[in-house]
Design a binder for this molecule. Structure first.
Ligand code: SF4
Ligand code: SF4
Length: 466
């Protein structure tokens, strides 16, 4: 693996030129933006809109795969939604094709060439396919997945998997997928049930042999103990794991079933020792590390005043040399531009910075946090509970150090009580935690293994006592 280095000064200079460059191409992009949501029949309508050297993100070259890939990848799980759809969630809401086109045009112009989607992300594959197919196929790489955990409670069959893969190609308007993942696998038992016993893995290998899949890997949401048997099962080209500074030493297991110890560090080191490139998901923990409280943000500012909290989180991940792509699920142009700026003339953390981030992680974890990444896999709830919305309200109060303790009360109790209830009551009453009937339908769907009904009860009990 080799890094391309561009100085910060060159990057800033380049960005000025990039602004000028994009001004000159924007009328063409606007002209080609689809008002109907249909792909342009002629992809040559979109010219090569490359931003100048110095305003494109750094790349790393992976010799074994023969690929040069931008260090930042666009995660298409949280693409912008139409305003009436509640904004930013990719699991079921109608996505804003115009906004997605603009983001993908900007991303490609600035050197992002890795785009990650999945059948489980609602409209994402289709909308991403429309936006990407307006560009030359060689200017981007597509990652999609076999989301056969999303067939509900029925057994995942070979025929359903075949349909899912063919549908992915159709949605993405392509004959081949560059990176294909077995989606959200936690253990060898799960691999066996979803891929081995039913012939799905053999089918995937056939697609690889036929050139329809170029590189094969899996995404992982299990524990340290369940990881090696999966990694050692096949000669994977890459593996996707959850990695961020807060989860580096340990991921919170106390919210879920006894998964056992899990840490990004262990998973990363295991793959690195095996020579397998690491794809990173949740580098900002579903946005949580971008919205830390003022105390934590201040601690980070004291060391790197030029970086935002999200910038610190992304720099931590990008500083690890065996990270192939840092995937960030972006919901708007502002996030995309900020993330691009971090990886343009990328300045890695040194050893001391990396250690410092563990102090920040300890501070972060000293607040009570429900480790929800707002992925919405658990949605819709049959009883209308907005599961990520309730967790977001709870975590926001926790970040603001405003979780009131009705047992002890204490001097700031009333202030905290008001602040917490204000956040909670922003949710419409029908979707609040007390609507949960503990039916458990959401439980098997959560990749973070959160005991959702228990946490809903914890929140509604707290509100009742307040
Ligand atoms: S357990 Fe509660 S939150 Fe989960 S699906 Fe059932 S009612 Fe909804
Ligand atoms: S509770 Fe779990 S599945 Fe639901 S949004 Fe949060 S992390 Fe995703």
């Amino acid at each position: 693996m080799s890094n391309k280095k561009i100085s910060r000064r060159e990057a800033i200079k380049g960005m000025l030129f990039a602004g000028m460059g994009l001004m000159s191409v924007s009328p063409i992009i606007q002209a080609c933006g689809s008002k109907t949501g249909k792909a342009s029949a002629d992809s040559s309508e979109i010219p090569w809109t490359e931003a100048p050297e110095g305003s494109r993100i750094d790349t790393r070259t992976w010799d074994k795969m023969g690929e040069t890939i931008g260090m930042l990848g666009l995660g298409c799980m949280r693409l912008p939604s139409l305003p009436s759809e509640g904004g930013g969630r990719g699991h079921g809401g109608r996505l804003d094709q115009e906004a997605v086109n603009a983001m993908i045009d900007y991303a490609i112009a600035h050197g992002i060439n890795y785009f990650d989607t999945a059948p489980a992300y609602g409209e994402s594959e289709k909308v991403t396919g429309i936006a990407l197919s307006r560009h030359p196929r060689e200017s981007y790489m597509i990652a999609t997945k076999m989301s056969n955990m999303a067939f509900g409670r029925s057994e995942p069959t070979l025929e359903a998997a075949r349909q899912m893969f063919e549908n992915s190609l159709k949605n993405l308007q392509t004959d081949y997928v560059d990176f294909f993942l077995l989606h959200n696998v936690s253990s060898k038992e799960e691999l066996k049930r979803r891929f081995l016993d039913n012939g799905v893995f053999d089918y995937i290998l056939e697609q690889k042999a036929a050139g329809k899949i170029r590189h094969l890997g899996f995404s992982f949401h299990g524990s340290n103990a369940t990881f090696p048997p999966l990694v050692d099962y096949y000669d994977w080209d890459f593996v996707q794991i959850q990695l961020n500074y807060a989860d580096w030493k340990d991921m919170p297991a106390n919210w879920g079933p006894s998964l056992g110890e899990t840490s990004s560090e262990y998973l990363y080191n295991y793959l690195t020792e095996k020579g397998i490139p690491v794809l990173v998901m949740e580098p900002v923990k579903g946005g949580a590390l971008a919205n830390v409280n003022d105390a934590i943000a201040g601690v980070m500012r004291s060391r790197h005043p030029e970086l935002t909290p999200a910038g610190n989180a992304l720099t931590f991940v990008g500083s690890l040399p065996n990270v192939m792509v840092t995937l960030s699920g972006m919901s708007n142009m502002e996030q995309l531009k900020e993330n691009v700026s971090i990886f343009t003339g990328f300045q890695p953390f040194d050893k001391k910075d990396m250690e410092f981030m563990q102090t920040v992680a300890d501070l972060y974890k000293s607040n009570i946090h429900i480790p929800c990444t707002a992925c919405s896999y658990c949605m819709p709830c049959p009883h209308a509970v907005d599961i990520p919305g309730n967790f977001r309200a709870f975590n926001a109060a926790s970040d603001a150090l405003s979780i009131p303790d009705p047992e002890k009360k204490g001097k700031d109790f009333n202030k905290k009580r008001k602040a917490f209830l204000k956040l909670y009551e922003e949710l419409p009453s029908a979707v609040r935690a007390d609507a949960c009937v503990a039916c458990n339908a959401c439980l098997p769907k959560c990749p973070q293994h959160i005991r959702i009904p228990e946490q809903m009860k914890m929140i509604s009990d707290l509100v009742a006592k307040l």
